[in-house]
Write a protein that binds this ligand. Structure first.
Ligand code: ADP
Ligand code: MG
Ligand code: ZN
Length: 641
């Protein structure tokens, strides 16, 4: 069902009139029923005034010759006595009156002497009574259906009646309130550059068609979740000022089998009618996964939908001025047929924002929020490596919520700083009280991580440690890379492994026991070691092979990893993973035993103050003869507010 943005008043009026119509007819029906009931009860009342006698009494009266006339109407008997009184009675429908009376022992001659008048049953009331047991349910059913069909037309929703149609939402270019343009998207410069070409084409197709240029039909936006794919697609339509049909991949595969394909057909038909226009299929991986390797239900439907998308993409000519955009954060699982030339052959990649872009995104989202003088968005941007646009959006929002909760009119820098951790780790759980023993264990655990991060040259330096639990974490140690980087080296990974195990080893050495606390650390470390061996070619024994891809196949709706190597290799992988972990464990052990005094100092301080910032932490390191990481210290000190 397409919701086209009609002038608002119109739509409301229409809805209202249909409702009043509907309400009116319901009212008349109810009124008619009331009238009928009233008539019935009236006539019934009248009859009630006449005394009713039993059939045996009647038989007696007949036998004693008191009766002048009996009127028979169906089972009802109206009796007229000789003394002019009227009474009524009832007989069984099956047998005749004379039969009944003679059964009661009325002599035949007395029967003959009484006038019996048999009236044919007729009259509106009679018939209504007869058919009402059938009529009333039918009426109710009719009313019910009519009500439902009204509802469907009224709300434009009921799926059972509209399932073939596309469910795309269309945004009209004249709807200036909801219009998004490139100005609302910060960063992603290359992507915007690519899309400007499309905007140009949609605005001025003639220029391109005259010179015989072929404009791409399909553009696929890829990037991590929250990098602004959906936003950028909308902005493209907003810039070009063309209608924008927005549909999510999962909506194709809803509810009924066979519907996905017809929805695709509908969608393309509508877009062509509105051309120049943009069709946007969000989360296309829901339908566009590699075909033919699935086991279990639901795949046929997906395949049909995907096939239909391919047919439509092939079917329309460039001069139809419809651009199809799609977005996914799993480009690796897409069917290669989708990405072939002439289909989604343009790939636009959206990266996570770097420091400068983060600042710009923060600026965009602070436009409507009054900021205090002390706010320095640059500092916030520096402290949020790895945040996506969506994370930054929610950071700004959290900051505003904090300020509002503390009855302040402006968002301060401190609000934003607190929000960073909230977005990263979930809210602080101050109510989650640790017992004295738990607090001690958590303190040593975090101190273990922090110590390793400070001692190992290839690890990222610590910028905050805390034993206040947040989200699922009992405590946390935040590390901040000295500089932003896209590539990670084997040496860094090896250091990371040791840092992850730091918590576990500290607990083991100090308490001679292990808790469930480090289980998440161990999972992360194992997964990292596995990736090093199977994806990055960082194992000496296996050499530079990537035996595990990034895809996966679908079995019963769940992705499982492809395993296309022998048992022998599999055993070798396990061996190599174990070796990496063992080495990391050894490193962690050595470091912690060597610097046990420092570990004690950090843990004791943590138990006392619960949260240590970089400067305080560095002081502790210096006191224990560990040199803090120079470069980072300088930088973080400069950042401190
Ligand atoms: P995706 O579709 O890639 O998962 P969205 O486009 O839904 O991400 O982004 C979610 C929100 O994050 C957007 O509505 C916007 O508020 C914010 N956002 C993401 N990227 C940017 C950006 N580059 N500039 C401004 N805001 C952004
Ligand atoms: Mg999205
Ligand atoms: Zn840990």
């Amino acid at each position: 069902m397409v919701k086209i943005f009609m002038p608002k008043l119109n739509k409301k009026e229409k809805k209202q009139s249909s409702w009043s119509q509907f309400g009116g007819s319901i009212l008349t029906t109810i009124l008619i029923f009331l009238v009928i009931i009233a008539i019935f009860s009236l006539t019934a009342d009248e009859k009630n005034k006449i005394e009713e006698i039993s059939i045996s009494e009647l038989a007696q009266s007949v036998a004693s010759g008191e009766i002048k006339k009996i009127e028979v109407a169906g089972e009802k008997l109206n009796i007229e006595f000789l003394n002019e009184t009227e009474k009524k009675s009832k007989k069984e429908t099956e047998s005749s009156l004379s039969e009944t009376l003679s059964n009661y022992g009325v002599p035949v001659e007395m029967l003959n002497a009484t006038e019996i008048d048999i009236k044919s049953e007729s009259g509106f009331g009679f018939w209504l009574l007869r058919i009402s047991p059938i009529l009333i349910p039918i009426l109710f059913i009719l009313i019910f259906f009519w009500f439902i069909s009204k509802q469907v037309k009224g709300s434009g929703g009921m799926q059972a009646f509209t399932f073939g149609q596309s469910k795309a939402r269309m945004t009209d270019p004249s709807d200036t309130n909801n219009r998004v343009t490139f100005k609302d998207v910060a960063g992603v410069k290359e992507a915007k550059e690519e899309l400007k070409e499309i905007v140009d084409f949609l605005r001025n197709p003639k220029k391109f068609l005259d010179i015989g240029a072929r404009i791409p039909k399909g553009i696929i936006l890829t990037g991590a979740p929250g990098t602004g794919k959906t936003l950028l697609a909308r902005a493209t339509a907003g810039e070009a000022k063309v209608p924008f049909f927005h549909l999510s991949g999962s909506e194709f595969v809803e509810m009924f089998v066979g519907v996905g394909a017809s929805r695709v057909r509908d969608l393309f038909k509508m877009a062509k009618k509105a051309s120049p226009s943009i069709i946007f299929v969000d989360e296309i991986d829901a339908v566009g996964r590699v075909r033919g390797i699935g086991v279990g239900g639901g795949n046929d439907e997906r395949e049909q939908t995907l096939n239909q998308i391919l047919v439509e993409l092939d079917g329309f000519e460039p001069n139809e001025k419809v651009i199809v955009m799609a977005a996914t954060n799993r480009p690796d699982v897409l069917d290669p047929a989708l990405l072939r030339t002439g289909r989604f052959d343009r790939r636009v990649i959206l990266d996570l924002p770097d420091r400068g872009d983060r600042e710009k995104i923060l600026e965009i989202h602070s436009l409507k929020k009054p900021l205090a003088e002390d706010v320095n968005l640059k500092v916030i941007a520096e402290r949020t490596p790895g945040f996506s646009g969506a994370d930054l959006f929610s950071l700004m929002n959290e900051g505003a919520i904090l300020a509002a909760r503390e009855e302040r009119k402006k968002v301060s820098q401190f609000d934003l700083i607190r929000s960073i951790e909230k977005v990263m780790l979930g809210p602080e759980r101050k109510s989650h009280l640790l017992s004295k023993k738990e607090k001690e264990i958590t303190a040593y655990h975090e101190a273990g991580h922090a110590l390793l991060a400070s001692v190992l040259p290839n690890a990222d330096p610590v910028h905050k440690i805390s034993i206040v639990s947040r989200g699922h974490a009992g405590g946390y140690t935040l590390k901040l890379p000295i500089e932003e980087r896209k590539l990670q080296s084997k040496k860094e990974f090896i250091a990371d492994l040791a840092v992850y195990l730091g918590g576990y080893v500290a607990e083991k050495i100090i308490f001679n026991d292990v808790t469930t606390g480090p289980s998440n650390d161990l999972q992360i470390a194992t997964a990292l070691a596995r990736d090093m061996v199977t994806k990055y070619g960082m194992s000496d024994k296996l050499g530079p092979v990537a035996i595990e891809g990034f895809g996966g196949r679908i079995i019963f709706g769940q992705g499982i990893e492809n395993k296309e190597y022998s048992e022998k290799v599999s055993a070798l992988v396990d061996e190599e993973v174990k070796k990496l972990i063992d080495e990391a464990f050894k490193t962690a052990n050595e470091v912690i035993i060597k610097h046990k005094k420092a570990l004690d100092a950090i843990a004791k301080e943590l138990i006392k103050v619960e949260t240590l910032e970089q400067a305080e932490f560095d002081k502790l390191l210096i006191l224990n003869n560990i040199k803090p990481k120079k470069e980072a210290t300088k930088k973080i000190n400069k950042l401190r507010v």
